[in-house]
Design a binder for this molecule. Structure first.
Ligand SMILES: *Cc1c(COP(=O)(O)O)cnc(C)c1O
Length: 481
């Protein structure tokens, strides 16, 4: 017989639960405090993977036992982006403050899709801060999303509505006489092409404009592509500029793109996934000049902003277009002037998600507790570390720089015969050593070791460790090869 009073998921004994909770919190503080003593990354053995094959049990397990499992089987085998030696992909390091804020958000368990509640007021406050950072008008709209991939997708959809009108949502692109085409550079992130694909426009309709020697979009080629498409009867509608390209950290010529977009009446989008937050650092912000003219900006707080995953953001200059793209009336989502259903429009009117977590809270805590100035210093510091690494490479006879260092990403290689396979081996050896974890890319057919410095915990000693280990593995491979 079910006893209704016993069917709650709250603990029967809050006192012992409280102690377990404090132990878990201490466990994660210990983990963060002692990161440096652990390898950046280690691979799971076959037995360690088999742990995850077990079927779900129908019976309850003890919280402490499940937590111990987590600490033993998961924590040591994560990607390692919290670690100071992580220089792999464009990953933020997270912070202890962000971790605490995530816990608070989970306790509150707010569904920030809509309704009259303070969490939405907080998200609106963050929108106002973002508006002020990028000198956007007060009428701009914005939304927390998973990440820049989603934010880029939203920007393509909003630009489509701005170009073809709201009716396109009902009619569909198949019934439109106009064939939309978009532009981005050949160094742009793949999520732009994916956004075109998901929007039903097709990635073939995205022109990949060649880049100059600094990996920036070539403006002459861009203007020519637009004019050729217009001659062919197509409808150019969207240009995506990049601030901080994934490969080398390049920044497209924003003001020139803004001029051309305004001349041709195209939507000017900025994929500033990581680079847009350079606006927080006074010494870097001038390089972003022109971003304030964008029609939309996509960026992540979870990369350079160090907010725990996930915390992407889309900012749209003309908020009406964003509303026109997503607002959908439904009887169970009716709005009122008072009561819980007040406060329309809601976040669910500005993007595809209805139920949404409280991403704004960890971002608010991060910005408030560390402060804009400090976060800017952390960002600028990773660029200083990148310059130090660049110098080390240029001074070392066995190392060769492969791309300009605009921000915080350094591409280089070990000099040797047959450099591509040897450098690929070096990167795997570095990752498996647990000392440092760079990633790889290919630039003009040259295989590059790519050190992307995002972690606020990274110091000069980690840069030196990368240089020393690269040279030592390189030598070893040449001798054994
Ligand atoms: C990381 C990145 C993306 C994708 O962002 P997610 O948050 O991973 O979805 C898009 N563009 C650029 C330039 C990036 O660095």
């Amino acid at each position: 017989m079910l006893k209704t009073s016993e069917n709650t998921l709250d603990p029967a004994n809050w006192t012992s639960f409280r102690q377990q909770g404090h132990d878990m919190l201490d466990g994660m503080f210990d983990y963060l405090e002692q990161l440096r003593e652990q390898p950046v990354w280690q691979s799971l053995s076959t037995e360690q993977r088999e742990v995850f094959q077990k079927p779900l049990s129908t019976q309850a397990s003890d919280l402490t036992e499940v937590y111990t499992n987590f600490m033993e089987t998961i924590v040591p085998y994560a990607v390692g982006n919290t670690h100071p030696g992580f220089m792999g992909w464009v990953h933020g390091g997270g912070t202890p403050v962000g971790m605490l804020a995530e816990m608070l958000a989970a306790g509150l368990n707010a569904n920030v899709g809509g309704r009259d509640q303070a969490p939405i007021e907080l998200e609106k406050q963050l929108l106002r801060w973002v508006i002020s950072l990028f000198s956007f008008p007060e009428t701009a709209s914005g939304l927390f999303v998973t990440g820049t991939s989603m934010a880029n997708f939203i920007s393509v959809l909003v630009a489509r509505t701005a170009c073809l009108g709201k009716a396109i949502r009902k009619q569909g692109l198949g019934n439109s006489e106009q064939q939309l085409v978009a532009y981005t550079s050949s160094s742009a992130h793949i999520s732009i092409a994916q956004a075109m694909d998901m929007a039903g426009i097709g990635s073939d309709a995205l022109r990949l404009i060649p880049t100059n020697e600094n990996y920036q979009m070539d403006m002459i080629a861009l203007a020519q592509a637009i004019s050729a498409d217009k001659k062919a009867g197509l409808t150019p509608f969207f240009i995506a500029a990049t601030v901080g390209s994934v490969d080398v950290g390049a920044i497209d010529p924003l003001s020139a793109i803004a001029d051309l977009a305004s001349l041709e009446n195209l939507w000017f989008h900025v994929d500033g996934a990581y680079g847009a937050l350079a606006i927080l650092a006074p010494e870097l912000a001038p390089r972003l000049q022109g971003i304030e003219r964008a029609d939309s900006i996509a960026f992540d707080f979870h990369k350079w902003g160090q907010v725990p995953y996930d915390a992407g953001f889309i900012l749209v200059r003309n908020g009406d277009y964003q509303l026109d793209t997503f607002a959908s009336p439904a009887s169970y989502l009716s709005r009122e002037a008072r009561g819980l259903s007040a406060g329309s429009p809601w976040p669910c009117d500005l993007g595809p998600d209805l139920s949404r977590g409280f991403r704004a809270l960890k971002t608010w805590f991060t910005l408030k507790v560390y402060g804009q100035e400090k976060l800017g210093q952390v960002i600028a510091n990773t660029c200083v570390l990148a310059q130090i690494l660049k110098q080390r490479i240029e001074q070392h006879p066995q190392l060769e720089l492969l791309a300009p260092v605009e921000l915080n990403i350094v591409c280089f290689r070990y000099r040797c015969e047959n450099p591509n396979p040897i450098n690929a081996e070096i990167v795997i050896a570095l990752q498996e050593s647990g000392i440092v974890a760079p990633s790889t890319t290919t630039l003009h057919g040259q295989f590059a070791i790519r050190a992307a410095i995002f972690n606020h915990r990274t110091t000069v000693s980690d840069i030196d460790a990368l240089v020393e280990a690269t040279v030592s593995f390189g030598k070893g491979l040449i001798v054994s090869g």
